[in-house]
Design a protein around this ligand. Structure first.
Ligand SMILES: Cc1cc2nc3c(=O)[nH]c(=O)nc-3n(C[C@H](O)[C@H](O)[C@H](O)COP(=O)(O)OP(=O)(O)OC[C@H]3O[C@@H](n4cnc5c(N)ncnc54)[C@H](O)[C@@H]3O)c2cc1C
Length: 502
């Protein structure tokens, strides 16, 4: 079994297959979790988003198909929140989401109440929403109420608990490592190319280091291939006709700003001027992320950054929601952008959010499965879905193992000092473990995905230099390699988190 793509859905698939006893190779052209899975809003939301529309009654009432997809997505989301609350508590954190609704809006606060009721009905009772529809005395309950637009025109503020992943890339690493513990071979920084199909039905897949094109590629064969390459799925298995494509990419951006203490523990949800979701979400300490945008995207998903126009759009929408913040470009500490690998649909101009497992046989790729439209939050059920589809075609070759969903602890080295004074939970030894036991090969592997430090604040030249000093000897770096690695990381940090001009 060959799994191409080590994002949240590919690593979950490899974990599930390896635990079920399949001989499995997981391969990613970059690092595990370096695609869309690193660029999300990180929401583990219980599914209310599936019902958000400017006029939900018309949106769903006139289109039963939309309602069916929304109910399915919401059920999967509720199941996912329950599962994560049970066994990944350290990496999931709750906050209080506030949804202000104004008199005269087509979207009413009872729509939120009905949505929450629906979610409770779809779930198993283990998700504590603590739902409240606040209709008066806002000052006592919402500490940042003074920033909100036209408080006298509020119909209500709907409040309920939501959850966030901290941070999804680490889930990818943990799942890849668990797959490895159960016998999978896991390889990052290695591009897979689907080759020919042999007489016995096996696929040849060539593997090459994208950074060293001169090296000869290796070839492996697999009875089945799971194409989990996200927005790159149609590049891995090109469609014969444009209408046979699997993926519709949409670009989404976020900005990061500092918010006052009055926002601590709260998030805000609303609909923007296009009728699409707009979120102000806690990120780390007093840092907040604001998003999101949604525009069609057809370019290289690896090259995507936030433009000044997109940043201005988010600033304007936030100032409409929270005029008291008076945000300007100068407040934007960083931005990030990503491409959602949504399901292509001839009838949905921005792609469909329905998660689909495609059997590509009819499209000329027998024995190749591909998953589209899978968000972060339902990655566990995505892994199970692929495993069940594989089980219908192939017997496992080894005894079953045990799938471990507990977050991996960092190094055992409790005596190791923190790497950064202001982030005491990440120790120097953790950086060493990243490169000696967790397949990290570069500073961005370590500082973005193994430790998450790059998400917490802008790392200085000095921080990065120290990180290189710690990991360099384990990676056999010469002083020249080290300087190059530091410079490459700083360039990447700047482009990933691009700040607007002016
Ligand atoms: C702006 C934005 C906000 C979002 N917010 C949320 C949210 O709040 N909550 C949520 O649940 N979801 C959210 N999502 C959606 C979520 O991020 C994606 O749906 C999910 O990460 C997709 O995961 P994936 O594993 O399918 O794809 P990816 O994470 O993109 O993984 C695909 C992997 O395949 C690899 N690959 C590609 N080609 C090859 C090849 N030839 N050989 C080897 N490897 C290859 C890539 O390097 C990549 O790592 C958001 C997405 C965006 C863009």
């Amino acid at each position: 079994m060959i799994v191409i793509g080590g994002g949240i859905n590919g690593t979950s698939t490899a974990q599930s297959l390896a635990a079920a006893g399949y001989t499995c190779l997981l391969v990613d052209k970059g690092d595990f979790g370096s695609g869309a899975s690193a660029r999300s809003a990180r929401m583990l939301h219980p599914g209310l988003r599936y019902f958000e529309a400017r006029n939900p009654v018309a949106h769903f009432g006139l289109h039963p198909g939309r309602l069916r997809d929304a109910l399915r997505g919401a059920r999967e989301a509720m199941q996912s929140v329950s599962e994560h609350l049970k066994d990944a508590g350290e990496r999931i954190w709750p906050y209080r989401m506030c949804f202000p609704v104004y008199k005269g809006d087509a979207f009413k606060s009872w729509h939120v109440s009905a949505g929450i009721k629906l979610l409770e009905w779809l779930g198993d009772g283990s998700v504590p929403f603590d739902y409240e529809r606040i209709r008066s005395d806002y000052e006592a309950k919402i500490p940042f109420i003074g920033d909100l637009r036209d408080v006298n025109s509020l119909e209500a503020i709907a409040c309920y608990n939501e959850f966030k992943f901290d941070w999804p890339e680490r889930f990818c690493i943990d799942m890849a490592l668990d797959a490895e513990r159960n016998g999978a071979v896991v390889v990052n920084h290695c591009q897979a190319r689907l080759g020919a199909r042999g007489a016995d039905g096996s696929w040849a897949v060539s593997l090459a280091d994208p950074n060293q094109p001169a090296l000869e590629s290796a070839v492996v064969t697999g009875r089945l291939v799971a194409n989990m390459a996200g927005a790159w799925i149609d590049r891995v298995a090109p469609p014969s006709e444009p209408q046979n494509r699997c993926i519709q990419g949409t670009k989404g951006i976020h900005i990061v700003v500092e918010m006052p203490e009055t926002y601590r523990g709260f998030g805000i949800a609303s609909l923007n001027s296009l009728g699409e979701p707009h979120y102000v979400l806690p990120l780390h300490k007093t840092l907040y992320s604001i998003g999101v945008t949604e525009t069609l995207f057809e370019g290289d998903p690896g090259e995507v950054t936030a433009s000044d126009e997109e940043i201005d759009f988010l600033i304007a929408e936030t100032n409409h929601l929270l005029p008291g913040r008076r945000l300007t470009r100068k407040d934007v500490l960083r931005s990030w952008a990503g491409v959602r690998p949504l399901t292509y649909s001839a009838t949905a101009p921005k792609g469909s959010r329905a998660r689909v497992l495609h059997d590509l046989e009819a499209k000329g790729y027998p024995g190749v499965l591909a998953l589209t439209g899978g968000p972060i939050m339902t990655h566990r059920s995505a892994g199970r879905l692929v495993r069940e589809a594989v089980a219908a075609r192939l017997q496992p070759s080894r005894p079953q193992g045990k799938l471990n969903t507990a977050p991996f602890a960092f190094s055992e080295s409790a005596n190791s000092p923190p790497f950064l004074e202001d982030e005491p939970d990440v120790r120097i030894a953790d950086l060493e473990v990243a490169v000696t036991a967790e397949h990290a090969r570069s500073l961005d592997d370590v500082l973005f995905r193994r430790t998450g430090l790059a998400w917490r604040r802008a790392l200085t030249d000095e921080d990065v230099d120290r990180a290189a000093e710690i990991v360099g000897p384990h990676l056999g770096w010469s002083p020249g390699d080290r300087a190059e690695a530091v410079a490459a990381f700083l360039r990447l940090q700047e482009s990933t988190f691009r700040r607007p001009q002016g």
